[in-house]
Unconditional design. Structure first.
Length: 461
């Protein structure tokens, strides 16, 4: 019978689970206090390991600290870990005293192990920080020399400071004499390359002086680059001085040509011609600016005297100015004498507005003071204000202007006065909106204003 119980229906053997049937056998299945403490010790170890990972490797953990930021942080992190472990030992509540001692031993060993890892990280990062400070000091010595390149004393002191930093690095990092020599040669090359490059960018002839003096310590790539640039700089200096002297003689262009043709170097000849052209344009621009300032000043004088005694205003006209300047001032005085105010020439208004939108950049600096002779004061001020707007606001106005021009054509509005009234009204409404709201009208507001103005003129037709 017993043998049959150990066989299944297919004749294969199997084990019957043993069921305790006595009290003594039941006691064998209960965990002892000692066994439970051992499990708790393992649990504590697991908790510490998990907290170690959080302490060291989390986003804000100890290993996330870099460079100087790691200094003095070990005690702060360890104190946090120590407090955490103590709280866990209290929570776990060991039964046996030996288990409590073992838990404290584990705590000490774990903390010492973690401190060693943290100390190693601290040393590495402080070393990296130290190296970074050295490297920045070397870069700073070069940048300071470049910034104060006109001061020979600062150049020399900066160079010496850089070499001193390299020697300090060599001592702290135990460089061999060979490594120190290599780093010094590299530094000298970078120092004078940066200096020469700065002088070339400033078109300063000192570039040639430093290049000739330190050519042998520069790397080959920089040497080739500087040779080409300095040759170009030399030619520019020669061409500039030659052109400047030639221009100072105030020769006729035919006489200048005779002098230029003496030069055999075609590239040098080209550069001299370019400089002569630049001098001529610069002088012309300066003359125009002086005439502009003179004309504006004379207009102010005439307008001011016209307020008190218009008959004397003719005496204040500067007849040394351009013919159109003089004519505009005469027209202004005659209108004031005749009707005591200036009427706007509608055709001139529309023409000037078209010019404004065709070439905004030049219009910003254009002398429009002569238009005081054919524009009412408010219309003249309107254009004066248009000269002051920024590019973004001009872009918006330009869109509105083109739209209005198209709409005027569609509506077949041909009278100059009607066109004038439409453009002026739109510009005035924009200006009033800005004045009342302390901001420029947006797209929606501008469209609404345009619609209102156009609707008004449609109803008149």
């Amino acid at each position: 019978m017993e043998g049959n119980l150990n066989k299944d229906v297919r004749g294969e053997s199997f084990s019957i689970r043993k069921i305790p049937v006595t009290e003594s056998e039941i006691q064998q299945e209960v965990f002892s206090d000692n066994h439970i403490d051992k499990i708790k010790i393992l649990e504590l170890s697991n908790i510490i390991d998990k907290w170690e990972q959080e302490l060291l490797f989390s986003e804000n953990g100890f290993f996330s600290l870099k460079g100087k930021n790691v200094e003095g942080k070990i005690n702060e992190f360890v104190a946090e870990l120590d407090s955490f472990i103590d709280s866990k030992i209290q929570e776990i509540a060991f039964v046996d005293n030996s288990s409590k001692k073992l838990a404290k031993t584990i705590k000490i060993e774990k903390i010492e192990s973690i401190k060693r890892k943290m100390k190693a990280h601290e040393q590495t990062e402080l070393k990296n920080w130290e190296t970074e400070v050295y490297e920045n000091a070397i870069k700073s010595s070069i940048s300071r020399a470049v910034l104060y390149k006109s001061d020979v004393n600062i150049i020399e002191s900066s160079f010496k400071n850089g070499l001193s930093v390299l020697k300090l690095m060599a001592e702290n990092e135990d460089w061999t004499p060979k490594i120190l020599k290599y780093r010094e040669e590299k530094y000298k090359s970078e120092f004078y390359s940066s200096l020469i490059d700065a002088f070339i960018n400033d078109k300063n002839p000192k570039a040639n002086f430093y290049f000739s003096k330190y050519k042998n310590i520069l790397n080959l790539e920089d040497t080739e680059k500087f040779e080409k640039s300095i040759k170009e700089l030399k030619n520019n200096v020669i061409a500039y001085n030659w052109a400047k002297e030639l221009y100072s003689y105030n020769m006729a262009k035919s006489e200048q040509e005779k002098e230029i043709k003496i030069i055999k170097d075609k590239e040098l000849e080209r550069k001299i011609r370019n400089y002569l052209n630049d001098f001529s344009l610069s002088e012309k621009k300066q003359d125009e600016e002086e005439l502009k300032e003179k004309n504006i000043k004379n207009w102010k004088e005439i307008i001011e005297i016209s307020k008190t005694d218009v008959n004397k205003a003719f005496l204040y006209i500067d007849f040394s100015g351009k013919q159109e300047d003089v004519k505009s001032k005469k027209d202004y005085i005659n209108q004031i004498k005749k009707q005591n105010f200036i009427s706007t020439d509608k055709k001139q208004f529309i023409s000037l507005l078209s010019e404004y939108f065709e070439d905004f950049e030049n219009f910003k600096t254009k002398d429009i003071s002569n238009y005081q002779g054919c524009f009412a004061k408010e219309d003249y001020e309107l254009f004066s204000n248009l000269q002051e707007i920024d590019n973004i606001e001009f872009f918006k106005l330009n869109i509105d202007y083109k739209y209005l021009v198209d709409e005027i054509k569609k509506l077949k509005i041909n009278k100059e006065e009607d066109k004038y009234n439409i453009f002026k009204l739109i510009l005035t409404l924009n200006s009033e909106y800005k004045q009342n709201n302390n901001k420029n009208p947006d797209f929606e507001v501008r469209n609404k204003l345009i619609s209102i103005v156009l609707e008004r003129f449609k109803n008149k037709m």
